[in-house]
Design a protein around this ligand. Structure first.
Ligand SMILES: [Zn+2]
Length: 124
């Protein structure tokens, strides 16, 4: 039988993920409570004269952080509903050491390596 995460492991991961989530949301602006209340501030895209590069960079960082927030939220859902620590691609348990380094991982190291190779060959 493949190793399965026990309840204590899952609770530890939940704590780690919740801390990460909070930090990210703080970084994206305001406290967690404020974030849900605030209307979304969209940059005025018609005004392209002002520091487009900075804006672009800022958006990219925010975009990446937002994606990370989504991933953490998904991981937390998997802790609740089951499936956390299971590779999405092959269904094997993800290595515990890998999860510790990256709790939002959804692929085992073999599948991740394969996926990265695919992306690289598609990219160029
Ligand atoms: Zn896998």
């Amino acid at each position: 039988m493949p190793q399965k995460l026990n309840k204590k492991d899952l609770e530890n991961f939940r704590k780690v993920l919740l801390v990460q989530l909070k930090e990210l949301k703080n970084k994206l602006g305001g406290s967690v409570e404020e974030l849900s209340e605030e209307p979304e501030v969209m940059p005025d895209l018609s005004d392209r004269a002002t520091a487009e590069t900075d804006l672009h960079f800022d958006l990219r960082v925010k975009d990446r952080e937002q994606k990370l927030i989504d991933k953490i939220t998904e991981a937390l859902k998997r802790i609740d509903k089951g499936g956390f620590g299971i590779c999405e691609r092959c269904g094997d348990p993800i290595e515990l050491e890998r999860l510790k380094a990256r709790p939002i991982a959804t692929l085992c190291i073999d599948c991740k390596t394969e996926q990265e190779r695919d992306e690289k060959s598609r990219g160029e």
